[in-house]
Design a protein around this ligand. Structure first.
Ligand code: ADP
Ligand code: MG
Length: 207
């Protein structure tokens, strides 16, 4: 499904899309958090952009490990360590591989969810990025198992992640800064679920 050139293309799109959506993500975080999610992520992916030339000499595993390292170093907030560790451990999984198959991508998403839950202890229904990640993972696995069509599975994943964003509007935050708001977090979508969906969309569009 994806070789190194494709991975770099997807990373380039995530860098560009995070930059384009920076103000939107920050606005979302302004309403239920501290208004830094877009700024944080954009700072992180700008650091990744700076690293892009050095990726010419690295394998797909080392590239993703470095992305994780940059995000952990530069993003800050809760999302920095969460996304950072997710990318890093997805990179560790890719050791020895030159191609990323749909099965690999599904395994990497499982690893990302596992890392985020290990660090942040959020389960579904707490109004976090997990509310888009787990439904996306389930939808992709189901769709891919049914007919082996990776493109279709990714589209199903994006639809589920988007439904996850809508779901976060209907629930009260019990993890992260938004939890300080209690009932006042109702009606507002979660910034992290939104940024995860942006990343998955970039993968789905280019894969
Ligand atoms: P901070 O909340 O520290 O300012 P960011 O604004 O960068 O960090 O990121 C906020 C997002 O991080 C939230 O919208 C949510 O999706 C995610 N998040 C926060 N805490 C957790 C957690 N414990 N588990 C999973 N995701 C979390
Ligand atoms: Mg914030």
């Amino acid at each position: 499904m994806a070789d190194k050139a494709k991975l770099l293309e997807v990373l380039g799109k995530i860098i560009a899309d995070v930059n384009e959506q920076k103000d939107f993500l920050t606005q979302l975080d302004n309403v239920i958090g501290d208004g830094d999610h877009g700024i944080n992520l954009d700072r992180g992916f700008k650091a990744v952009e700076k690293q892009m030339p050095s990726y010419a000499d690295l394998g797909v595993d080392e590239i993703l490990k470095d992305v994780g390292k940059q995000l952990m170093k530069v993003v800050g907030g809760s999302s920095g360590p969460l996304y950072g560790q997710a990318y890093k451990k997805a990179g560790v999984y890719l050791k020895g591989k030159t191609e990323i198959t749909m099965d690999d991508l599904l395994a990497m998403l499982d690893i990302a969810i596992e890392q985020i839950q290990r660090l942040g202890h959020a389960v579904e229904g707490e109004k976090t990025m997990i509310d888009s990640m787990i439904p996306a993972s389930k939808a992709m696995k189901e769709s891919y198992a049914a007919d082996g069509d990776a493109k279709k599975a990714l589209e199903a994943g994006v639809a589920a992640a988007e439904a996850g964003i809508e779901y976060t509007k209907t629930i009260i935050a019990t993890k992260g800064r938004a939890s300080y708001l209690g009932e006042r977090s109702l009606g507002h979508q979660d910034p992290g679920a939104t940024s995860f969906t942006l990343m998955l969309k970039a993968i789905a569009e280019l894969a």
